[in-house]
Design a protein around this ligand. Structure first.
Ligand code: UTP
Length: 292
């Protein structure tokens, strides 16, 4: 039963500093992995997980995301006239695959603040949050977000999604302080330590950009003060929720890429190219030739 969780929220209003100068004019979430923007892989994972209502949190200057998911009759007519029908289907599918909503985060005050902006659409519904620069390659039968929603329906509690990372990398993420194991992939949380030093990390289980929330997170966010980096941190709001009620960590399947980081983005391009029937043979041949 997935109908408990109605909306998917994708915060896309960050500054994208690590990708300057391209992010002067293009949103980081619109950087392309071959012929689709990063964000479209996240949209498809939400759709594969049963979510049909998708909210983008955008900054005032980011109009490219809305343009991408809007109808473009003149482009369709042009393609019809030039007999390039094969592209029309793709483009029509893009605009009709979900219901898209847009809310503006006027200033980049942090991920927690971006999530709070979605309240005007989400209201009192349960919802998923996916970072706009984190993508996962997964088995179509088992989308990561779907497994998080299943954990939500089992526990009726907030779910933090993530995976175990190499110990040397845990200082880049929120590290889970675990109270008890429910099963091999589901853990009840005692706390989360954001970007801990390696000797202070409670575990190597890391929060990796996917959550399922009840609407009560908005109340926590409204009372969350600026934290790390002078930003309103989503983790701080979750920490305060953990003090009041059960919150769980769920390990999701699949290979996850941090596309907000240049090397992570390159890895995603390479791995996704190798899954594409139209590209993999030629691309593999090329890679082998340069490795020689
Ligand atoms: P990041 O911290 O990776 O994004 O946020 P950033 O701030 O754009 O990164 P750099 O360090 O400047 O390169 C994770 C996600 O949260 C969104 C981002 O767009 C990204 O998808 N975000 C972050 C917001 O929507 N608003 C914010 O104020 C901060």
């Amino acid at each position: 039963m997935l109908e408990n969780v109605k909306f998917g929220v994708i915060p896309c209003a960050g500054k994208g500093t690590r990708f300057l100068p391209i992010t002067k004019s293009v949103s980081k979430e619109m950087l392309n992995i071959i012929d689709r923007p990063t964000i479209d892989y996240i949209v498809d994972e939400l759709i594969d997980s049963g979510i049909k209502d998708i909210v983008f949190v955008v900054s005032p200057s980011k109009t490219d995301i809305k343009k991408y998911y809007s109808k473009d009759e003149s482009l369709i007519n042009e393609l019809k006239e030039s007999h390039k029908e094969e592209y029309i289907k793709e483009i029509e599918k893009l605009t009709s695959k979900a219901n898209f909503y847009y809310v503006t985060q006027k200033e980049a005050l942090g991920l927690g603040h971006a999530v709070l902006m979605a309240k005007e659409i989400v209201h009192d519904n349960n919802f998923v949050v996916c970072c706009g620069d984190d993508i996962t390659l997964y088995d179509k039968c088992n989308p990561p977000i779907k497994s998080l929603i299943e954990a939500f329906n089992l526990t009726h509690s907030t779910i933090v999604g993530g995976q175990k990372v190499e110990h040397s990398l845990i200082n880049k993420y929120g590290s889970m302080d675990i109270e008890k194991n429910i099963d091999e992939t589901l853990f009840k949380l005692k706390g989360i330590v954001e970007k801990p030093s390696l000797d202070k990390a409670p575990s190597d289980y890391a929060s990796l950009g996917k959550w399922v929330f009840k609407p009560n997170i908005f109340n926590e966010l409204e009372h969350t003060k600026k934290g790390l980096g002078n930003e309103i941190q989503l983790t701080d709001a979750i920490e305060s929720l953990i003090k009041k009620e059960d919150v769980y960590f769920k390990i999701f399947n699949g290979k996850r890429y941090d596309c907000g980081d240049k090397l992570g983005f390159l890895k995603a391009i390479i791995d996704i190219s190798l899954t594409r029937d139209d590209l993999k043979d030629g691309f593999l041949k090329y890679i082998k030739s340069i490795i020689k």
